[in-house]
Design a protein around this ligand. Structure first.
Ligand code: GCO
Length: 255
């Protein structure tokens, strides 16, 4: 009985920004748990490569190319995804970006780009998907926050602001959609080895700081986020709502 709680057989999961990195790792994990995953991104060729990889492994996969920062494109993209794969049971709001720079000199267009990619996208895609979830009386919304949902550090003020907002949007969604048997939660990755963090990993002083600041004394891997994603996407979390589950090696638990 207990392991079946984590099965995603018969479920459809849309994972935004899943052509690479954390999004692709989560999509792969959800597909291994039985879900039909819909990969999303702006780069069709990258999505097709990722989709082919999953299909070759015998997974159920579709791709839906749309820009999560474009409100109209999101409505059309979600409709197309559901026409192709069926009603979306699980939404992983993963699409995101990082842009680093001193706050006082941070370009306003950079601010707008980070907010659009990390926050507007969550509003647009969740609203488009949640309408069907309400009609069906069930759904799972899992947004990717960050340790920066709770902590700040110099040079990433816009990113930190958006990840704090993702935490609070998750609580608001839980408050409003919980009565429709929709669970809205978030995952807070710690310092994970991804393309976005390539420059930080290459910086031995920064990398040493991550290791010293993290009880696990190491960077995390994208695959280490999959368990939390399956948990929050499955029946195992039907009474979990509005939570931010940190997967950070313990970083936010210690000073
Ligand atoms: C940075 C990093 C972090 C991590 C991650 C932590 O510049 O400090 O990009 O933001 O990527 O978001 O959860």
């Amino acid at each position: 009985m207990s392991l079946s709680l984590f099965s995603l057989q018969g479920k459809v999961a849309l994972v935004t920004g899943s052509g690479q990195g954390i999004g692709l790792a989560i999509a792969e994990g959800l597909s291994e748990a039985g879900a039909h995953v819909v990969l999303n991104g702006r780069d069709r060729a990258k999505l097709e490569r990722a989709g082919d990889m999953l299909a070759r492994a015998g997974r159920k996969v579709s791709i839906s190319t749309f820009d999560v920062t474009d409100h109209e494109a999101v409505a059309a993209g979600v409709a197309a995804a559901e026409a192709q794969a069926g009603p979306i049971d699980i939404l992983i709001n993963n699409a995101g970006m990082q842009r680093r720079g001193a706050f006082l000199d941070f370009p306003v267009e950079g601010w707008h780009e980070v907010v659009a990619t990390n926050l507007h996208s969550v509003f647009y895609v969740t609203q488009a998907v949640a309408k069907g979830m309400v009609a069906r009386g069930r759904g799972k919304i899992v947004s990717i926050g960050s340790v920066m949902s709770e902590l700040g550090r110099p040079t990433i003020v816009p990113y930190t602001a958006t990840k704090g907002a993702v935490k609070m949007m998750t609580r608001g969604l839980a408050a409003e959609l919980g009565k429709h048997n929709i669970q809205a939660n978030a995952i807070g990755p710690g310092y994970i080895v991804t393309e976005m963090n390539k420059a930080l990993i290459a910086d031995e002083a920064f990398s040493g700081w991550v290791r010293s600041r993290t009880p696990a004394a190491r960077w995390g891997e994208t695959g280490e986020l999959v368990g939390a994603a399956i948990f929050l996407s499955s029946a195992a979390s039907d009474y979990v709502n509005g939570q931010l589950l940190m997967v950070d090696g313990g970083m936010t638990a210690v000073v």
